[in-house]
Write a new protein. Structure first.
Ligand code: HEM
Length: 415
């Protein structure tokens, strides 16, 4: 494994002139070489205008407090005008969902989906999540190398998706496939689709498969699954096709990729910081603060984008209406002015929930407590079973500037 924080002094981050800095290159995240770039940006140019990138001009926001400013001023920093990713999508292929909306429509649709993660429903789901986690862990081989992502992270999150949608369990891998389609970078040769048109066509198939269930549930009494909730919600029951596709993709990706990568990222972090792994084994009560620290340290969503609805000012910079503003959560979570020793993975921080991984403000992640629950159960079940799970090779990472994904992670459990 790499040293905890790979500071490579030969990195171009130290020699490139700042006006040539563009942190939108997905290779930075696939190679995990982003640290020094953001370190220098935070110090020398925390808010900076990038006039030319693969995704056109954009403002780069790298410090915790400036990101928070954009998050809480949603009337200026809009999700609806340009979407949530640095990449713009062709108008005819856009799929609106409530994360790509501003109030009032955002608030109405969010209200429809949020009961799925109400405390009472989480408590209802806990025994099922625990039972499945036990089964998955008990089936793991000893003394041989296997892929943690395939055997644990993907399996558990796929089962969770089937539960959230009350989707036929034996067909659940379709949900993971659609999640991968919805989130992949079409320029990555290993992606399941290679153009926006192809992505749109695949997601149309998802909508077709889901619409039968959606219509069925509309004619049944309301239940506690996402399809039933959308089918009965006043602001969602008659969604046009593209909005149906958009909201399904949002809920599938939201519930899947981010949690999956936290399951892998947490194990990696504990292996990078063996003193913390030992501390955890000696005191399992620390799982409580371990979980948010995993989510901060891994930062599963690398950035969110906003578009300004009016001329404004941010940290002394004049930003024009219609400009693209990218909030780099991955950098805000490593901001020395907001988080003590941010490059260290410390499982007993005093305020572990002080991070940007779930965003903030009106779009703050609706599923944050569900994600934490899944991770808590995973570690509660791992600790009594296995003395140590060793990462035995380098992870393979996703080519993406949006999702910090781990595609493969070789591990071994000593028997
Ligand atoms: C929104 C991260 C798990 C559903 C978001 C946002 C982030 C995020 C960064 C946008 C926040 C903003 O713009 O201010 C994460 C991470 C997760 C996770 C890191 C796991 C570790 C989940 C789960 C669900 C979910 C399990 C499923 C139910 C959503 C939805 C939104 C959202 C529906 C849109 C909220 C809105 O626009 O009002 N999430 N998420 N997420 N997330 Fe999550």
């Amino acid at each position: 494994m790499n040293a905890p924080v790979p500071i490579d002094t030969s990195s171009p981050a130290y020699s490139l002139p700042l006006d040539r800095y563009d942190v939108s290159d997905p290779a930075l995240y696939q190679n995990d070489t982003w640290y020094p770039y953001f370190k220098r940006l935070r110090r020398e140019a925390p808010i900076t205008y990038v006039p030319d990138s693969l995704y056109g001009p954009y403002w780069s926001v790298t410090k915790y407090k400036d990101i928070m400013h954009c998050e809480v001023h949603h009337e200026v920093f809009s999700n609806e005008i340009g979407g949530i990713t640095i990449e713009d999508f062709p108008l005819d292929l856009q799929r609106p969902s409530f994360i790509r909306m501003d109030p009032p429509k955002h608030d109405e649709q969010r209200k429809v989906a949020s009961p799925i993660v109400a405390p009472a429903n989480l408590a209802n789901m806990e025994p099922l999540i625990r039972e499945r986690t036990r089964l998955v862990l008990d089936a793991l081989p000893r003394n041989e190398t296997f892929d943690w992502v395939e055997h644990v992270s993907v399996k558990l999150t796929t089962m969770m998706l089937a539960t959230l949608f009350d989707y036929p369990f034996e067909e659940r891998t379709q949900l993971t496939y659609w999640s991968d389609v919805a989130i992949c970078n079409v320029r990555d040769p290993s992606s399941p689709v290679h153009s926006e048109q192809e992505r749109f066509e695949e997601l149309k198939k998802m909508a077709a498969a889901m619409s039968a269930l959606f219509n069925e549930r509309r004619n049944q009494p309301p239940k506690f699954d996402l399809l039933s909730m959308l089918a009965h919600g006043e602001s969602t029951r008659d969604m046009p096709l593209k909005e149906f596709m958009g909201n399904l993709s949002l809920l599938i990706v939201g519930g899947n990729d981010t949690t999956r990568n936290s399951m892998s990222g947490g194990l990696m972090a504990l292996n990078q910081f063996p003193d913390q792994y030992r501390k955890l084994m000696a005191n399992p009560k620390l799982i409580e603060s371990l979980v948010p620290e995993i989510i901060r340290y891994h930062t599963p969503v690398i950035h969110m984008r906003r578009t300004t609805s009016q001329d404004t000012e941010l940290g002394g910079h004049a930003i024009k209406a219609g400009d693209k503003v990218v909030m780099w959560y991955i950098s805000g979570n490593r901001d020395e002015d907001a988080i003590e020793n941010p490059n260290d993975f410390i499982i007993d921080r005093a305020r572990p929930r002080q991070h940007l991984s779930f965003g903030f403000g009106i779009h703050r992640c609706v599923g944050n407590r569900l994600a934490e629950l899944q991770l808590r159960i995973l570690w509660e079940e791992i600790l009594p079973r296995f003395p140590m799970i060793e990462v035995v090779g380098e992870p393979k990472r996703l080519y993406s500037n949006f999702i910090r994904g781990i595609r493969h992670l070789p591990v071994r459990i000593p028997g």
